[in-house]
Design a binder for this molecule. Structure first.
Ligand code: C2E
Ligand code: MG
Ligand code: MG
Ligand code: MG
Length: 284
């Protein structure tokens, strides 16, 4: 009896079933068409400098509006895209779309914002990454400094020596780099130094309970101190309250991003937000 149950259980968890639920299979199938059918879109979240409240740029975040299943989180569909060869075309689309949006905002007089784009581990492994991004930048006519690449700390640590080489290639193109979700990815300090990135994004898990948890405060203080000593800027992710913001400003965090300022917004809503926030021109 037990043996039979054991066997049927074993049979149920065949590798194919274990790794691919029917929803995953469906999403994988539908994702192929999502790009060409215009179901993917970028939303944008402002990044604000704490010293003076100036909006410096935006992070582009990908959205998939599935015609039947509704909105699908990138946390769900990016891993799927990574396993079926779709992440490279999707990644290129995100970069091109983000840069085009920047040009439209330039024309609308928003000031020279930067756009930060998230990169998947698969894109990052691509030996032609720098070449691809360089080409997309060239097409856009925008200077490299207007783009920023976000790479998660765990991504950078999959193959640290490879990361150093790839990051060097991007640096030669003068493309700014940020380490995303910093503090969750076990990077050693010696690698962090050799990555030579411009910004560290403090993971939102440390920001969330800042006013409740002394350990989180200690960690955030340590990250800010480390960044200062290594000549990097810090960006706090997931800032939702005025208390969090005040603490971060007081402790020398350079920039912040989160619902306190704005949720990720459509291009039109982001433009309206930025124009409403821009300091009034002094009367002549
Ligand atoms: P991430 O890059 O760390 O992005 C931050 C996530 O936190 C976003 O979730 C954002 O909407 C959310 N967030 C921002 N402010 C707050 C806040 O104040 N409170 C809380 N609770 N959350 C906040 P989202 O848009 O669902 O994206 C999830 C992840 O998916 C991203 O994490 C990123 O790793 C990945 N992702 C998004 N777009 C892309 C993309 O174009 N390419 C790749 N490869 N990954 C992407
Ligand atoms: Mg990010
Ligand atoms: Mg993050
Ligand atoms: Mg600092």
């Amino acid at each position: 009896q037990a043996k039979q149950e054991g066997r049927s259980t074993f049979r149920f968890f065949t590798p194919a079933l274990r790794t691919h639920s029917s929803r995953t299979l469906r999403l994988r199938n539908d994702l192929r068409l999502a790009l060409e059918r215009g179901q993917l879109a970028l939303v944008y979240q402002p990044q604000v400098r704490l010293a003076d409240g100036k909006m410096l740029g935006v992070e582009a975040l990908l959205r998939w509006q599935h015609p039947e299943l509704g909105p699908i989180s990138p946390a769900e569909f990016i891993p799927i895209a990574e396993t079926c060869g779709l992440i490279l075309p999707i990644g290129d689309w995100v970069l091109r779309q983000g840069l085009q949006q920047l040009q439209r905002w330039d024309a609308a007089g928003l000031g020279a914002l930067t756009v930060a784009v998230n990169l998947s581990a698969v894109q990052f492994r691509d030996l032609r990454l720098a070449e691809r991004i360089g080409q997309l930048l060239h097409e856009s006519g925008l200077p490299a400094q207007r783009l920023e690449i976000e790479l998660t700390e765990s991504c950078a640590m999959i193959n640290p020596q490879g990361s150093i080489n790839t990051l060097e290639g991007l640096r030669q193109l003068q493309i700014p780099i940020a380490i995303d979700d910093f503090g969750t990815g076990y990077s050693s300090l010696s690698y962090l130094k050799r990555f030579k990135v411009g910004r560290l994004k403090i993971d939102q898990s440390f920001v969330r309970d800042l006013h409740l948890d002394p350990d989180d405060r200690a960690i955030v203080r340590a990250i800010i101190g480390l960044a200062d000593h290594l000549g990097m800027r810090t960006v706090a992710e997931g800032v939702e309250t005025a208390e969090q913001l005040a603490w971060l400003r007081e402790h020398g965090c350079d920039e912040a991003q989160g619902y306190f300022f704005s949720r990720p917004l459509s291009p039109e809503a982001m433009q309206a937000w930025a124009l409403a926030r821009a300091p009034q021109q002094p009367a002549v």
